[in-house]
Design a protein around this ligand. Structure first.
Ligand code: KG4
Ligand code: ZN
Length: 402
């Protein structure tokens, strides 16, 4: 099955093409024909975070070029081909893309120049995320589904992050052109720690496509806390990688110097439930900064201690949940899972607790937002529940839950 996947929930415009095969029972394979991600980071950097109306405008502007790149990469495009869009379809597309005139214009200019690609379904993120941004991707998917006459599979972004943690690069099938990944046979129950810019959740899964959220953040998400603290420290957006870099710099110095003095709280570490709260930690950083200059040494020390505090809380709660739910595997996914300190600490603590529990983290290339994970989730939905969706009923759901 060939899937074209679209992701526009936040500040990445992403399109992927996947060739999927296999069943969850025996293992699933994904050949990544294209994985194009156009990041808007440079544009949002000025605001220190994602600016929704700008994100929407950028998605409208970039979806057609990103699709074009994906199709060319996958050699699905035949140039100089005239693909007739009937007047009736054109009217419908004008209605679908009514609020995205720039996208409509590019769509009507580009799509008739290429042959209908050989895809069986279009997967698209419909939530959670920024609604104006989600709508652009959804409307684009609807327009493509209409001209090419293929079904749409709407996907929850967090489910994408969940499956990204199960992907393993396949080195046994050498494929020079395209990378292949697989999801091996898995044993339930699984516990997933999903940490991104908008979410911090612990999810227990007892079967394919079945999820129970056992804990989540009461206020800021972990990634959001990284972004906000980075801003206080004068570091660029996105804050996660910047803080991680500073923390590593501090550690290199710390081994030479005397250690660190600043201490931040570990909010809700011993709360007895699986909830999180990061806004108090952010405030603690703000207070500790009062009256002090942001010298390079201070920034590195604060970044280090902040990262330790977040890691400490996330790891200890995840281990406790793994014990309580007696899980066979722990997954780590979402943008913050790119943090090597978090990933290493969780892997080590879990192995110390029970070496038989499998630990799987998203491959580095799929930690942040991408469309491959959306295509992967769509394939599993197609294989496992074979549901048909009416495009007219697909809407953006900013606060969609798993
Ligand atoms: O999953 P993602 O790309 O987008 C959302 O769905 O939100 O996550 C983005 C978040 C940002 O807050 C970013 O600062 C954080 O992931 N992040 C990191 C690292 N790389 C990205 N946080 C900590 N350490 C990192 N290395
Ligand atoms: Zn995400």
């Amino acid at each position: 099955m060939k899937i074209l996947a679209i992701e526009t929930s936040c500040d990445e415009t992403a399109v992927a093409i996947l060739e999927c095969s296999g069943t969850p029972k025996d293992g699933v394979n994904f050949r990544v024909g294209a994985n194009i991600i156009h990041s808007q980071v440079a544009i949002h950097q000025e605001y220190g975070g994602v600016f929704p109306s700008l994100a929407k405008r950028e998605h409208s502007r970039n979806l057609v070029p990103v699709l074009k790149q994906a199709l060319q990469k996958n050699e699905l495009v035949i140039s100089d081909f005239r693909f007739q869009i009937s007047d009736l379809k054109k009217q419908k597309i004008e209605k679908i893309l009514d609020r995205e005139p720039e996208l409509l214009e590019q769509f009507l200019r580009y799509i008739p120049t290429i042959e209908k690609p050989n895809v069986d379904a279009i997967a698209v993120t419909y939530g959670p995320g920024l609604e104006p941004a989600l709508w652009v991707g959804i409307n684009f998917a609807k327009a493509l589904a209409l001209v090419w006459d293929v079904p749409i599979i709407p996907i929850n972004h967090m489910e994408g992050h969940f499956f990204s943690a199960l992907l393993k690069k396949n080195d046994t099938i050498p494929d020079i052109q395209h990378t292949t990944y697989n999801i091996q046979k898995i044993h339930f129950p699984l516990l997933a720690l999903l940490v991104s810019g908008g979410h911090t959740e612990l999810v227990v899964s007892r079967d394919w496509l079945s999820y129970e959220r056992i804990g989540e953040t009461r206020d800021d998400a972990a990634g959001e806390a990284f972004d906000k603290v980075a801003r206080m420290l004068g570091l660029p957006y996105p804050g996660g990688p910047a803080i991680a870099r500073e923390a590593a710099r501090f550690q290199r110095q710390e081994t030479r110097d005397k250690g660190h003095v600043v201490r931040f709280p570990r909010p809700m570490k011993d709360s007895g439930d699986f909830g999180f709260s990061f806004s108090g930690l952010k405030t603690a950083v703000l207070y500790a900064l009062k009256g002090r200059g942001r010298t390079p040494a201070l920034v590195a020390e604060f970044a280090y201690e902040f990262q330790e505090a977040v890691t400490d809380v996330l790891v200890s709660k995840t281990i406790r949940a793994a014990k309580e739910y007696d899980v066979r595997a722990v997954l780590l996914g979402g943008g913050v899972s790119a943090n090597t300190r978090l990933k290493d600490a969780l892997g080590e603590k879990l192995a110390a607790h029970d070496p038989d529990i499998r630990f799987a983290a998203a491959p580095r290339e799929f930690t942040g937002d991408n469309a491959v994970m959306i295509g992967v989730a769509a394939y599993l939905h197609a294989v496992l529940n074979q549901q048909k969706y009416d495009p007219g009923e697909i809407t953006a759901q900013g606060t969609l839950r798993m």
